[in-house]
Design a protein around this ligand. Structure first.
Ligand code: ATP
Ligand code: MG
Length: 380
């Protein structure tokens, strides 16, 4: 029997059919892009930033914008940034005629080595320049060339905070100068390392200070997600109880990736009538398959970090990690050591912060790990 394609994606983007809501964010993105306002898009990991960019690009391509997406997570210096951006532009304009031809001829002036990834078929570009100045010239040249072609362009640079890790500390300033001179191109700078991103865009002595408007992504509203999940199962002739959907949303905290993952697993499970028992069984399976990985964290973390992590998991979220009651309850130790343990857990992306107007709460980043710790670890 042919396997049904899942309507619940856990990676990549296919089309808007698979995408839930974000109408308010899409409207804002559109308004800003139409007014050539550059945007910073921020959220915790796996909330849906990259998917939102692709969803937005689907609409904007239909309105004749040329949308370029570059993920610079794997880049470590100016050379690799230039190569990644060049490849992203080349991928958008692969045609051997019209603008594609013009861009190709222009690109060839920088003597690139073009190869194609054996698995994905995506183009990869390497420049063999000798000096950093040549990379600066290439980067500036490519973006300026694009900008002068009478075409509205949107460039999204995903995992943008990576730039702060480059040895060429001038890259931020270089990019800011280029961005400032373009007329037909607007930018979306996207990232999950909130403190790094905020430092880049909100600190007065940084090149990008106050140059963008920020959009933050929170959880998708419960009513919208409920309708999406119910509809997607219904299209595939499955029914799901409202109680079961409420459980999914609550158990995954509506953190998009985890909600998608659980729905995907329920779909794969194949039941036609999905009640709360099915959902609980699948959630349990989601934890069991990751148990071996989760168990290793204890030996990878310092004892105080481990106890703090378990304490936060068991509480769900914690606003006062240095409060006496909390420290005593989970045998964490002195308040003085909690701050550095918390910073370490945040740096390792094991704990994330949720900023509310009056206070900051902390929770375990990986919702499955949180559920597993809360139920499995008995004593500390
Ligand atoms: N609105 C949505 N509707 C349905 N699925 C979504 C939605 N947003 C995101 N997803 C799915 O959730 C998963 C996580 O989303 P995505 O990778 O876009 O998050 P991210 O914020 O870019 O994460 P990271 O910070 O790790 O890069 C993906 O599988 C994506 O397909
Ligand atoms: Mg992403």
């Amino acid at each position: 029997m042919k396997k049904e394609l899942t309507p619940f994606l856990t990676e990549n983007y296919i089309s808007k059919e698979y995408f839930c809501d974000r109408e308010a964010e899409l409207a804002l993105l559109k308004k800003y892009a139409q007014n050539s306002v550059n945007i910073t898009l921020l959220s915790n990991r796996r909330m849906g930033k990259s998917a939102l960019i692709h969803r937005f690009f689907e609409d904007m391509e239909a309105e004749n914008y040329a949308c370029i997406y570059a993920d610079i997570f794997a880049t470590g210096n100016l050379k690799e940034l230039t190569e990644e951006l060049a490849a992203a532009i080349f991928k958008r304009f692969p045609q051997k005629h019209g603008f594609g031809r013009k861009f190709f001829d222009f690109l060839m002036g920088f003597r690139p080595v073009i190869t194609y990834d054996a698995l994905s078929g995506s183009p990869e570009i390497r420049f063999e320049h000798v000096t950093p100045v040549e990379y600066e010239t290439t980067l500036r040249g490519l973006l300026t060339f694009l900008d002068t072609q009478n075409q509205k362009i949107i460039v999204a640079i995903d995992e943008f905070s990576q730039i702060a890790e480059y040895p060429e500390k001038k890259t931020e300033a270089l990019l800011r100068t280029v961005v400032q001179t373009l007329n037909n191109t607007s930018f979306i700078f996207c990232g999950s390392k909130k403190h790094l991103m905020l430092e880049m865009f909100n600190t007065a002595n940084r090149p990008f200070f106050s140059s963008t408007l920020t959009i933050g992504l929170d959880e998708i509203a419960a009513d919208k997600y409920t309708a999406f999940i119910t509809d997607k199962f219904a299209i595939h002739k499955r029914t799901v109880d409202s109680e079961a959907v409420a459980f999914i949303l609550d158990w995954t905290l509506r953190h998009t990736y985890y909600t998608q993952f659980v729905c995907n697993a329920i779909f794969a499970d194949g039941e036609k009538k999905i009640g709360i028992d099915v959902v609980k069984r699948v959630c349990d399976e989601c934890l069991r398959v990751q148990q071996t990985t989760f168990m290793q964290y204890r030996s990878l973390l310092a004892p105080v970090q481990w106890r703090l992590l378990v304490g936060i998991a068991k509480e769900g979220s914690v606003t006062g990690p240095q409060a006496k009651d909390f420290l005593r309850k989970y045998n964490i130790g002195a308040a003085s050591s909690v701050k550095s343990a918390l910073n370490a857990l945040c740096d390792k992306e094991m704990v994330c912060s949720i900023e509310n107007p009056d206070k900051t709460a902390y929770r375990v980043y990986n919702v499955f790990l949180m559920r597993w710790l809360a139920r499995t670890i008995k004593s500390l």
